[in-house]
Design a protein around this ligand. Structure first.
Ligand code: NDP
Length: 449
């Protein structure tokens, strides 16, 4: 990792000391602090009020037992988390992740990132994240429902449309949100639509929320391209993952004239020179909860399954990591540079390791960090909350146009802030500083709380 500005080094040291073993959280904090030297120099009031130290300490951390019974009648125990990180701008907001790798350090890295991402959207949203080490893969609908009901039986007391509003993330899609919402409704005896986002259209959900993170990512990249007089037309695109974010990013790339030549899951990746059949992949993944290998089997000779090596070795103009944290490392970055990739934009949260970011930026590859590029999901969640509050529902076209406008404005804000702080063209510096100053000013205004 790079050396931090001297004043920030002590703060980072304290974060390491107070949060031992939480490596992903350390990485996320370091990445933000790395941009803040010029801000502290220009605005000493932030240091005087210990704004950064306060931002690094969650307002509340909830850890709880989640007991449930599997289909064979055996008792299972998982661990649930909700980290309510910062509520200076609005109620806590951020997704739930169900994956075997989830522990406090992952939830804290995601919650920390979420503070700045939510600030960048310009919506009145605080930052939070939660989840469990429960893995829904291979579980029956009944098992997933019993788990979600048990999870919500504890978590409900901390939620509310003006308090804390979860949504989906890895392993939590519309099925899980449905079971969670059903249990919340039953316990509280309230149809409080605004308490969760990512709901189904017929029970309080919003058009475009399912597609929003992937579509928003592609709108962001489209703005990067058009700022340089270019477009997606004829571009080769590689997308990692094949979940919610990846599938909808792929769909929008094809709509804008690009070709997605590879995508993946945790078992391997598929390469298809003529372009992935996104409709078929969606059907395999979403309707049948299948794997990449099932897609390749259904597709036939045109698709090539790779069980070894890295997806980032597939030559492309644009790389969109949309699976998970630290999935694109230094040697992957070197392969992308060798193959003349021009843009890397993060659909996932922190998928690019610090050494990969350094290599890419030094080689002149345009790099868009997740807290800016994947903010379309939470921005559309805020639109869902608006519709819930006003008992209204907007059309797909209207909502998609709002999403596109929000992504353009985040893009422009990143570049304007990077200019202001002497780092022209750096989306990382722009996103970190614009997100930070927005929250920091609200924290100053609200006093020491
Ligand atoms: P999904 O669960 O829908 O899909 C996740 C995809 O990533 C799957 O294809 C999964 O493969 C793959 N994946 C997960 N873990 C690993 C791993 N360790 N190694 C390789 N592949 C892996 O999740 P989402 O699409 O919702 O989320 C993807 C990323 O986007 C996450 O980083 C999330 O935090 C971020 N994000 C999501 C938002 C949303 O609105 N959903 C909003 C903003 C960011 P497999 O099935 O084999 O595990």
């Amino acid at each position: 990792m790079r050396m931090l500005d001297e004043k920030l080094y002590d703060i980072y040291d304290e974060v390491l000391r107070r949060n031992p073993g939480e490596t992903e959280f350390h990485q996320a904090v370091h990445e933000v602090l790395d941009s803040l030297g010029p801000v502290i120099a220009k605005h000493p009031q932030y240091a005087d009020a210990a704004i950064i130290q306060r931002l690094c300490e969650p307002e509340r951390q909830i850890i709880f037992r989640v007991p449930w019974v599997d289909d064979r009648g055996a008792v299972r125990i998982n661990r649930g988390f909700r980290v309510e990180f910062n509520s200076a701008l609005g109620p806590y907001k951020g997704g739930l992740r169900f994956h075997a790798s989830v522990y406090l350090g992952i939830v804290k890295f995601l919650g920390f990132e979420q503070i700045f991402k939510n600030a960048l959207t310009g919506m009145p949203l605080g930052g939070a994240k939660g989840g469990s080490d429960f893995d829904p893969k291979g579980r029956s609908d009944g098992e997933v429902m019993r788990f979600c009901q048990s999870f919500m039986t504890e978590l409900y007391r901390h939620l509310g449309e003006h308090t804390d509003i979860p949504a989906g993330d890895i392993g939590v899609g519309q099925r899980e949100i449905g079971y969670l919402f059903g249990q919340y409704k039953r316990i509280t005896n309230r149809y409080e639509s605004g308490v969760l986002t990512g709901k189904g259209i017929t029970w309080g959900g919003a058009q475009v929320r399912t597609e929003a993170t992937g579509y928003g990512l592609v709108f962001f990249v489209d703005t990067m391209l058009s700022a340089r007089g270019d477009s997606f037309e004829g571009k080769r695109v590689v997308i990692s993952g094949s979940g919610n974010v990846a599938l909808h990013a792929a769909e929008k790339v094809h709509q804008l004239g690009g070709t997605v030549v590879a995508c993946s899951d945790s078992t391997g990746y598929v390469v298809e020179e003529k372009g992935i059949d996104v409709e078929l992949l969606k059907a395999v993944k979403q309707q049948h909860r299948g794997r990449i290998a099932d897609y390749v089997a259904a597709r036939g000779a045109d698709a090539h399954l790779c069980l070894e090596g890295s997806i980032w070795e597939v030559p492309c103009d644009i790389a969109l990591p949309c699976a998970t944290q630290n999935e694109l490392n230094g040697s992957d970055a070197a392969a992308l540079i060798r193959n003349r990739c021009r843009i890397v934009a993060e659909g996932a949260n922190m998928p690019t390791t610090p050494s990969a970011v350094k290599l890419l930026t030094e080689a002149g590859v345009l790099f868009a960090p997740g807290k800016a590029a994947n903010a379309g999901g939470v921005a559309t969640s805020a639109l869902e909350m608006q519709q819930n509050a006003s008992r209204d529902s907007w059309t797909f076209e209207h909502t998609e146009a709002r999403l596109a406008e929000i992504m353009r404005s985040i893009h422009d804000r990143c570049l304007a802030t990077a200019d202001e702080y002497g780092a022209p063209g750096s989306y990382v510096t722009g996103a970190n500083i614009a997100g930070f100053t927005h929250v920091a000013d609200a924290m100053l205004a609200l006093g020491l709380v």
